[in-house]
Design a protein around this ligand. Structure first.
Ligand code: HEC
Length: 253
């Protein structure tokens, strides 16, 4: 009898520990902690528009999918408030055009063994292919991250001199796949050209063919092909659309 009792205790302990273990590995099991969710009792007058036939719980619940099922992604469930894909793309290009050459400053987020790293980095967007390019000196920490994990996110935020970001923020969040191109790789020369032709050279420095060759050897190009781009722009909200518009890549990009 005592023996059976011991076995039961051990089995119960194993269940308890394995459950704790599972919860630690998969922190978002069953949608994660309740406090992450909006309690949809009363929405504010600033709430984004959505289709009349939708219920609050259509968006404010766990869908059992993954981190993609966030508040922002719930917006794709509503036709109302969404702009056509071509218009979203146009707004993204307009926001990221920089001085007209599509070069702008971003923050790149990478992850190495589950440890994230955020790095400021200038990217040039090729408006035709909708692909981002950046060149950087070899041996930077981010390059090691990218070499083992090609899943990246970059973000752009429009700087405001008055720092009033609450009122009219403009930002673009990109999720995609990164590729590292080095001298000799196919596509390197074209990608390097995109980066170099848009750089503002420091005064007194000229880009001679020799200097160019040195740079090509010392630098790597990071190419980012976006899978999803979310643009937040106050002009969408004031026109009665969703504050955030989501562009997702498909076969035709
Ligand atoms: C189409 C999806 C969708 C539906 C339907 C929806 N919401 Fe929301 N709701 C959102 C999103 C997305 C946010 C996050 C807003 C943000 O990021 O600014 C949000 C935010 C909220 C918030 C917190 C911020 C705020 O605006 O007050 C509350 C409260 C809320 N919703 C209540 C409701 C209620 C109540 C209903 C039903 C009457 C409802 N929602 C229906 C998508 C939805």
């Amino acid at each position: 009898m005592k023996r059976i009792f011991e076995v039961v205790i051990i089995v119960v302990m194993v269940f308890i520990y394995s459950d704790i273990g599972y919860a630690q590995v998969d922190g978002l099991k069953d949608g994660g902690p309740k406090y992450l969710y909006v309690t949809p009792l009363k929405k504010s007058p600033l709430h984004m528009p959505y289709d009349e036939d939708m219920k609050c719980v259509d968006c404010h619940k766990w869908d059992g999918i993954d981190a993609y099922t966030s508040a922002t992604m719930s917006l794709v469930k509503s036709e109302k408030g969404r702009l056509p894909k071509s218009e979203i793309k146009r707004a993204i290009l307009e926001t990221l055009k920089g001085r007209g050459n599509y070069r702008e400053m971003y923050v790149l987020a990478t992850a190495f063994n589950n440890k994230p790293l955020a790095t400021c980095m200038e990217y040039t967007l090729d408006p035709k292919s909708f692909i981002f390019y950046a060149s950087s000196e070899k041996q930077g920490e981010k390059l090691f991250h990218l070499a083992v994990n090609s899943d990246v996110s970059i973000v752009y935020v429009k700087f405001r001199n008055d720092l009033d970001y609450f009122k009219d923020p403009i930002g673009v969040q990109i999720v995609g796949k990164a590729e590292q191109l080095k001298l000799g790789d196919s596509g390197f020369e074209e990608a390097f050209d995109i980066c170099l032709s848009t750089v503002i050279m420091p005064e007194g420095m000229t880009l001679t063919p020799e200097f160019r060759k040195v740079l090509q050897k010392n630098q790597l190009v990071t190419k980012i092909t976006p899978k999803r781009i979310i643009i937040t722009h106050h002009k969408f909200r004031s026109a009665g659309h969703h504050f955030k518009q989501i562009w997702e890549a498909d076969d035709n990009r």
